[in-house]
Ligand binder design. Structure first.
Ligand SMILES: [Zn+2]
Ligand SMILES: [Zn+2]
Length: 86
């Protein structure tokens, strides 16, 4: 049985996240340095972010993109490739 331990993979870059740099959002592990808005690249904090299917947004952007327009799916599809950036 392979030893997995407490190591977790960053959702953003898919590399191991060590506890010192771990930031867990809704149970999903991220590097703190990768915990950014996928739209404006602004650094996020717990309590100031919104995530949709693992894609992170700052709250102002989230509300602008989705709540006002109601085009949740349409906008989301155009953002699929965000994880390849950087
Ligand atoms: Zn990462
Ligand atoms: Zn943003």
């Amino acid at each position: 049985m392979p030893f997995i331990g407490t190591q977790q993979k960053c959702k953003a870059c898919e590399k191991t996240v060590y506890p010192v740099e771990l930031l867990s959002a809704d149970g999903v592990p991220y590097h703190k340095s990768f915990f950014k808005c996928s739209h404006c690249k602004g650094t996020l904090k717990l309590g100031t972010y919104s995530s949709i299917k693992g894609v992170l947004y700052c709250k102002p952007r989230f509300e602008q993109l989705f709540k006002e327009t109601g085009n949740f799916n349409k906008n989301f599809q155009s953002r699929k490739s965000f994880s390849l950036a950087g």
